[in-house]
Write a protein that binds this ligand. Structure first.
Ligand code: F6P
Length: 365
């Protein structure tokens, strides 16, 4: 068997399960093709490392003991897709530079572990003739064409734990506790953890909220004798008035009005409208930190093993995925540039409505 030189990078925001995936790919490649036939080149800090040729040959021993380790042993960096084709002050043609590194490193293929932005660049490189395989990571779970991304379920567990803890303090103080959960475009993390944690109101970007509806849902609970409430709020959510605007216009108006975050704004509206003391909790990057859950370790390993199979078969230009619980792959060209959003008729939205959870949009079922 001919030797394979495999470049690997992690790009965009980190998440638990990156190392488990790297380990899965490496071990399965060694197993399938023989350790002597496989060379793995670790590219440092995502596409930044590919642009600047910051890469090194990795020793097989480096892939042991990392299954449970959070973050990424390769480092990561945000390198926005829209800037890839723009030549900046440094005069670097980033696309050419990435192709040059690929050649200089004598790579047979490149594995890119990342979210939506990473997949767009992966597709671009694939169109430029490189042999690329994508692996879907993100706590946001918003990559098109896969049921789930690795990192998501660990974040759901962490966010659920936060909501559980907020329950006891909310109950002690008879307060409303709002938790702001990561997710700028898609509300999957807020939806799942909101249901798992028993939130009373769930606000997500896909369902613009009316503050009056949120207040009336919370008042109804209070009138029914409930002494506290929990609101799970996705960081990227906006109200029904803002839904009529473009993102930039929304941001401008918020800035002019001195609104720090939509979460803080809604908290103030709720406190005024209900007369109940309202507090905000922002777990932020804690949702992305630490060891992957058992679910994510298994998923990352399965994804890694699939990527190794694709490398062995020289099947490039794909992103590994799980579709209807089966591990498979999608052409990069079919998934790059698309976002998987929560839909109004998604089973979990319907389930939540049947429980009386308010999305702040209409009367509960
Ligand atoms: O894309 C994952 C994500 O965690 C989003 O949910 C969040 O909005 C963003 O990254 C935060 O990015 P950064 O780590 O660059 O602050």
């Amino acid at each position: 068997m001919a030797k394979r030189r495999i470049g690997i990078l992690t790009s965009g925001g980190d998440c638990p399960g990156l190392n488990a995936t790297i380990r899965g790919v490496a071990k399965a490649c060694f197993e399938r093709m023989g350790e002597d036939n496989v060379e793995i080149v670790g590219i440092q800090n995502g596409y930044y490392g590919l642009i600047n040729n910051i890469a090194r040959d990795m020793d097989p021993s480096e892939f042991s003991g990392i299954l449970t380790q959070g973050g990424t042993i390769l480092g990561t960096k945000r390198q926005p897709f829209k800037m890839m084709s723009v030549i900046g002050e440094d005069n670097v043609d980033k696309i050419k530079a990435m192709k040059d590194t690929y050649k200089k490193q004598k790579l047979d293929c490149l594995l890119t572990l990342g979210g939506n932005g990473t997949h767009k660049t992966a597709n671009l490189l694939s169109e430029e003739g490189l042999n690329v395989i994508g692996l879907p990571k993100t706590i946001d779970n918003d990559i098109f064409g896969t049921d789930v991304t690795f990192g998501f379920h660990t974040a759901v567990d962490i966010a659920t734990d936060v909501i559980d803890r907020l329950h006891t303090t909310a109950a002690s103080h008879s307060r409303i506790l709002m938790v702001e959960i990561m997710g700028n475009k898609a509300g999957w993390l807020t939806l799942y953890s909101g249901i798992a944690g028993g939130a009373d109101v769930i606000i997500i970007p896909e369902i613009p909220y009316n503050p009056k509806k949120v207040i009336s849902a919370l008042k109804k609970r209070s009138e029914a004798g409930k002494t506290f409430s929990i609101v799970a709020f996705a960081e990227g959510a906006f109200d029904t008035e803002e839904a009529k605007m473009k993102k930039k216009e929304r941001a401008r108006l918020r800035k002019e009005a001195g609104i720090t975050t939509a979460t803080n704004r809604l908290a103030a509206q709720i406190q005024e409208g209900t007369g109940i003391e309202t507090r905000v909790c922002v777990p932020g990057h804690m949702l992305r930190g630490g060891s992957p859950s058992a679910y994510d370790r298994v998923l990352a390993t399965k994804f890694g093993v699939r990527a190794a199979k694709l490398i062995e078969c020289e099947k490039y230009g794909y992103s590994v995925a799980m579709v209807k619980s089966v591990i498979t792959e999608n052409p990069l060209s079919e998934v790059a540039g698309k976002t998987k959003f929560v839909t109004e008729d998604h089973q979990l939205v319907v389930t939540a409505r049947h429980l009386g959870i308010s999305f702040g949009d209409k009367a509960e079922l």
